[in-house]
Ligand binder design. Sequence first.
Ligand code: SF4
Length: 386
Amino acid sequence: MNPVTYSLNIDEKNSDGYYRAISDFTDEVLLKSEESVAPIINGYLDYIKKYKLETPREKEEYILELLSFGILWRTYASTALSVQSAPFITLSKMGEWRKKHQRIKPFIDLSRGILISVFLLPAVKNKNEVPFPSIELIDRACLWFEATGEFREEALRFIRWRGYWGTLHLSEQIKIFSAIAGFRGWFEARAAEALGKYTSNVKSFLSRSRVRYRWREDRISCSRTEAEYHLNMVGAELMNRAFREEFNSTRDTSLLLPGCMRTRSKEECEALKEDKGLKCSGCEPKCRVNHLRLLGLKKDFEVYVIPHASDLSLWSPEDGAAKKGVVASACVTTLVEGGWELKRYGIAAQCVLLDYCGCKKHWHPAGALTELNKTELERIIGRQRN
Ligand code: SF4
C-alpha cells in the first residue's frame, strides 16, 4: 500500500528496522541535548525544587518539552501571533467537551472546524516572519496552542517553563531561546537524514490536501509538517523511556487500540460497549484486533478499542487499587499528545505507533486497515528494558 503520509514498514516486511533506527537516533538526540539544552534543564530543575512545583521527572521529558517548544514555535508562532482576537477559551473548552460527550462530538467538531479556520488560521500568516520568543509572545502563543485542542498538553507545559524564564534577566532569556533554536535546527536536519525515509509522503500529502481539510476540525492534526512527524517519532521513544520504570512496576495491562484496526466497519463490529471502551468479542477471525485479543489471552493483557479523542481520564488509577499499565497505540500525529495526557492523569503508560495511518475519517478516502509491530508490543508488555 502506498503510505498516506508515513510508513514505518518501508520494506513491506515489518517495522523492526524502524524500531532499531528510532532507538539509535534517540540516543543521538540525548547526547546532543547534553551539550545544548542540559544547562537550561538544570536551571529549571532548581526552580522547580525551590518552589516545590512538581516532583522532578525524568530528563527525557524535559528534553522533549524543549524540543517541542522549539519546533512548535517555529511552525506556528507566526500564525498564532497574527491572531488578534478569537474565542480562545470557548475553543479550548470545546476541545475537552468532545472527549467527554461522544454523542454530540460530531456537532462540536463541525462547529470547531469552522471556528478554527475563521479565527485560528488567518490567511495572512505566511507573510509574517517567525518572531524570536519573548515572555509576552509565549503567553499569547500558548493561548492559541491550547485553543487548537491539538497542543493542549504542550501549552500546559510551556506555561510552566515560561514561569521559570520570566524569573530570568533578558540576556539569560536570549541565551536560552538561542540554545533551543540551535537544538531545534540540529534536530530538524539530522532527523530528516535519519527518519526521512519513513515520512517520504508527508510533503506531497500536504500540498494535495490543503483544500480538502479547510473547515475541518482535524485540519491542524492532518497538516503536520515533516519535522513534527519526526518530533513525534522521537517523542514516543523518549516518553517510553521516561515512563518505563513506572510502567514496569505494574502487573496488569490494558492495550488501547484505535477503531481503524478493525476489519469490520464501526456499524458491523460486534464489540461490547463498556464504560472505558469497546471489548472485542472476536466476531471476525481475520480482524487484527481479534488477533491481539487472542494474544492477550495468552500473554495476560486485555484489549479495548477506543474512539479517537476519548476521555483518557477514565483510565486513572482508582483510589486504593493497584496501578494498571496502559499501552496505547495511535498514529504519529496524535500519540505524543495522548501520552502527555495519560501522564497528567497519573496513568503508567507506554505507546506503540501504528505502522501507518489509514482511518477513513481522517486520512484515507476508502479507509486502510492499520497495524502495529507485534514484536515491539510484546517487548513492552513483557516489561523488557530494550
Ligand atoms: S473481531 Fe472484535 S474488533 Fe474486530 S470487528 Fe469483531 S468485535 Fe470488532
